[in-house]
Design a binder for this molecule. Sequence first.
Ligand code: GLN
Length: 287
Amino acid sequence: LMFTGLSIANGITVATAISTATERLRRSSETARLDAELLLARVLNRDRSYLRAWPQKKLSLDEQKRFHALVEQRHNGIPIAYLFGEKEFWSRTFEVSPDVLIPRPETELLVELALATLPMSGTADVLDLGTGSGAIAVSIAAERPLARVTATDLSSGALNIARKNAVRHGVRNIRFRLGDWFDAIACDERFDLIISNPPYVADDDPHLNRGDVRLEPRLALKGGRDGLDMFRIIAREARYYLKPHGRLMLEHGFDQAEALTNLLSELDYADISRHADLQGHFRVTTA
Ligand code: GLN
């Protein structure tokens, strides 16, 4: 049966809808069944356990139509997070749009390390460069109410989303600046922590043309010929904007730790250390 044929049939069950949609998504998504379940759960305003509990429940015609529309968009390569307009990160839900990179679970390591250096009961000046959705900056600001967080981005579309996320999570200790890396910062500002998940994918990396990444902003992903261009800019400038004993904290690709360590030591950074994500890959370097 064609999926389109089923979409107008009467009395389709949850189980049938999921298996048909899974088939439809088989070639376009690596997580076809999960996607089908997430999309149907969304349409029914339930969670996935409901689908497991009620496989024989019949869908209304309206539910079938809305499910069909979402499955077709997913089939065309639109990431689930863009379809839903939101993504979970560090226990909060963040608004996302095609203006921003979808927050990744790996980036939670950056937040975890940042929070470890920021005392609960102390003030600190924190700078998040290239904030995108604001996932990092808002998470830090929310969990360290005494910190003063500055978040920058070159994209005004991204800053709009980040601002909405600050409002959504009731965060007041954050301000937003539009601009290219340190151009967004006054020359006399100094920070205890400068943090960034900059674009670090090499321009010709085939990963950019595969899967969900295809529809994410190039501006948030492409880091020049070897992927390290943004680290060169940030590391060179950050020295002048750190307070004495301030820290620089950068997310990077799983195979970039060594190159970044060399770059940082050439620039006379001290206490350089690398940190592994849950997969055991070095993904964050601090100095
Ligand atoms: N981790 C992202 C990816 O591989 C890249 C994020 C970035 O460039 N900052 O899709």
